[in-house]
Design a protein around this ligand. Structure first.
Ligand code: FES
Length: 103
């Protein structure tokens, strides 16, 4: 079952930045890039770094520890040392808030 959760105010996440939020037992990174918001699992599958603290480049987030890269729209990994991607979550904006659909 999925539910849509208000995770942040739109103004809370600066353009070109990411920020991590706790939703229940999940830690989700929200990225604000080119006016769009993206939600991905925050923990890098390689060794657990916070992707919210990574660098953003060409529609991807790069892990701050060992530089694995993940597509913001799909979560697909596109650079080692990660060997798998991360889950992405649908995002909607409403009444100045960022809503994330979590499972
Ligand atoms: S923890 Fe992310 S690449 Fe190693």
């Amino acid at each position: 079952m999925t539910s849509s959760v208000a995770i942040a105010r739109i103004g809370e996440i600066d353009e070109g930045k990411g920020k991590a939020f706790e939703i229940g037992e999940k830690r989700i990174a929200i990225f604000h890039v080119d006016g769009q918001f993206h939600a991905l699992d925050d923990a890098c599958p390689h060794a657990g770094a916070s992707l919210a603290e990574g660098y953003l480049e060409n529609g991807k987030v790069g892990c701050p520890w060992h530089y694995a890269e993940f597509e913001l729209t799909t979560g697909r990994h596109c650079h080692s040392p990660a060997t798998c991607g991360v889950t992405v979550y649908p995002v909607t904006l409403e009444s100045g808030e960022v809503f994330v659909e979590v499972i």
